[in-house]
Design a protein around this ligand. Structure first.
Ligand code: BG6
Ligand code: MG
Length: 218
């Protein structure tokens, strides 16, 4: 049987939570008098919460104590979670469900590979937890993307070779992580930002199921 690994990033790939992360970080940045634009935000996508704060502080040339950092990290997460309170199935990005259904029907390995520590509650709230045979998230890894650890763990847990693994990602760091892992990277989003990806689609509605079929048969 042709069982391949299909590893999905979460934020910005399955759900549109990237915008909530941005809003929550923007609040912290503006509190600290740091200008934080959508361009800056690209560097934060796929990156862990702790590393994200460091990037923002570097932007503003701010030295902070660990106590201050912990306070901002807590505030950021509380603010982020407040956007998720009413989250449900309707927040799944267009085109994602047909791909998940197709992969399930064809007995493929489906994994989540996310930097987020909030991944499980999001999968639960949106009702799609059952599609994932393996979940590797921010609670399981010690190295943030572009380190490939999250994807390597996912493929290993599925019992599938890296070369037989496909990664869906919306972040530069995530595409780099997939490439370093020796997996096929599939960028979801802006072709200029994700130019290092093996394939790029604006979003899942641009992805024909024949494309998925061709990956399974590869
Ligand atoms: C990634 C997001 O999926 O998870 C980042 O792209 C985010 O923006 C990171 O910082 C960590 O998420 P969380 O939910 O643990 O703060
Ligand atoms: Mg993402």
């Amino acid at each position: 049987m042709n069982k391949k690994a299909f590893i999905f990033d979460l934020d910005g790939v399955i759900v549109d939570t990237a915008k909530y992360h941005f809003l929550a970080w923007q609040k912290i940045a503006s509190q600290l008098g740091i200008e934080f634009t959508p361009e800056h935000n690209e560097k934060l996508k796929g990156v862990s919460r702790v590393r994200s704060l460091d990037i923002i502080l570097e932007l503003g040339n701010i030295d902070a104590s660990q106590v201050e950092k912990d306070q901002w990290l807590k505030q950021k997460n509380e603010d982020y979670l407040s956007y998720l309170v009413n989250m449900d199935y309707s927040e799944i990005l267009p085109g994602v469900m047909p791909v998940l259904e197709y992969l399930k029907e064809h007995n493929q390995g489906i994994a989540l590979g996310s930097a987020s520590k909030n991944a499980r509650p999001i999968l639960e709230k949106t009702g799609i937890l059952r599609y994932f045979e393996v979940i590797i998230d921010g609670n399981d890894v010690s190295n943030a993307k572009p380190d490939p650890e999250v994807f390597l763990q996912a493929a290993q847990k599925l019992g599938i070779e890296n070369a037989q693994s496909f990664v869906f990602e919306d972040s530069e760091a995530g595409i780099q992580a997939a490439n370093i892992a020796g997996m096929t990277s599939i960028g979801i989003g802006d072709a200029q930002i994700l130019h290092e990806a093996n394939y790029i689609f604006r979003d899942f509605t641009f992805m024909d199921l024949h494309f998925i079929e061709s990956l399974i048969k590869k």
